[in-house]
Design a protein around this ligand. Structure first.
Ligand code: NDP
Length: 332
């Protein structure tokens, strides 16, 4: 069983020195446990945070431990009567080829309903983040202007499409022409701003003539500052992530113009997807319906081979993923 262990805590960008590739024996499942062969690993910006020590919404990964990761796998041995050999499951299986875990920590997925990697994207954690973060916290109303950063990514692309479904004007911020074209030409965004080429503030001014009512922020830093300058009365700013700050060696850059919240009686609120766990089923059902009707498009970026994990993870921080980033560890 090949597995990637966290060898040390990174300072700034993770490097090869932070990882060890380990080989061990597979552990037989005990009563209540299931042995799962990992097929698809979810690569998430949050992994960078889990590598840090200190207080967060979840315990850090310990030094010498298998790196935490959500994954889709197939049951190869079962000590839990709820799971049979051959079942496809989702769980926190870790960056490894096989995982022996409590059956209770798994739930089944159906490859007949959607391609397996999709359960890590729009039908999985990023999709749930977009759905609950936008609808519960952003509370978009028809006719309002919604801006989303990291717009071509796993979370951002779903946010923008749901906002369109709710009748909003939607503006995405993403890196590069291909991603911006994808947003406007394939996903139906009203406008897209290429933050690598354009000045974001002037791009937003042009694209949001009536100001910004909802901002779903995946990026933080300067982009958050630019948006705050243009928010409307009672605007809602959803703090989902701040990927531009995760590899900082200096303190996180906060908004210098936060008094815009005061002037506009606006609110900025952080979200954690797991808080909605009891409602995932309903959300997945509604989103699966939108996908079936062609109203919600999904894109996955699949890289082959568990050996690539340290390099593949860095694609997220370089904008090299186009869609939900997944490693195929083994074919079903
Ligand atoms: P994505 O698929 O969006 O991949 C990350 C993208 O971030 C890259 O493709 C890149 O796109 C962009 N990016 C990277 N570095 C920078 C930078 N310096 N400035 C601007 N953009 C950058 O990842 P996810 O959709 O999985 O995650 C998006 C965000 O949502 C992250 O901040 C993540 O932490 C957060 N998140 C939060 C959750 C919660 O519960 N709060 C749950 C899940 C995710 P580009 O090419 O456009 O630069």
């Amino acid at each position: 069983n090949k597995q990637w262990l966290l060898a040390s805590r990174p300072v700034g960008e993770p490097t090869a020195q932070n990882w060890t590739l380990n080989e061990t024996q597979v552990r037989e499942p005990e009563a209540g446990e299931v042995l799962v062969k990992v097929l698809y690993l979810s690569l998430d910006p949050a992994m960078r945070g889990w590598m840090n020590d200190g207080k967060s919404y979840i315990e850090p990964v310990g030094i010498g431990e298998v790196m935490r990761a959500g994954a889709i796998g197939q049951v190869v041995e079962s000590g839990d009567e709820n799971f049979s050999v051959g079942d496809f499951v989702h769980g926190m299986l870790g960056v490894q080829q096989y995982a022996t875990v409590a059956g209770q920590s798994l739930h089944k997925v159906d490859p007949a309903l959607a391609p397996l990697p999709r359960y890590l994207g729009v039908l999985g954690m990023p999709g749930m983040t977009a759905y609950f973060g936008l609808l519960n916290t952003g509370q978009p109303q028809a006719g309002e202007t919604v801006v989303v950063s990291g717009a071509a990514g796993a979370v951002g692309a779903v946010v923008g499409q749901i906002a369109k479904l709710k009748g909003c004007r939607v503006v995405g911020i993403a890196g590069g022409k291909d991603k911006c074209d994808y947003l406007t030409q394939e996903l139906g965004f009203d406008a897209a701003i290429d933050y690598k080429e354009q000045d974001v503030l002037s791009g937003l001014k042009a694209a949001c003539p009536e100001g910004i009512d909802v901002f779903f922020d995946n990026v933080g830093g300067e982009i958050l500052d630019a948006v705050l300058a243009l928010i409307n009365f009672k605007a809602r700013i959803v703090i989902c992530g701040a990927i531009s700050q995760y590899n900082n060696t200096t303190p996180v850059k906060g908004p210098s113009n936060y008094l815009s919240l005061l002037i506009n009686r606006a609110r900025m609120e952080g979200i954690i997807v797991f808080d909605n766990a009891e409602h995932y089923g309903e959300a997945a059902k509604e989103m699966a319906g939108w996908i079936a009707q062609g109203k919600l498009k999904a894109k996955e970026h699949v890289v082959e081979g568990i050996d690539t994990f340290p390099d593949t993870l860095m694609m997220l921080f370089r904008g090299e993923n186009f869609g939900k980033l997944v490693i195929e560890v083994a074919k079903p």
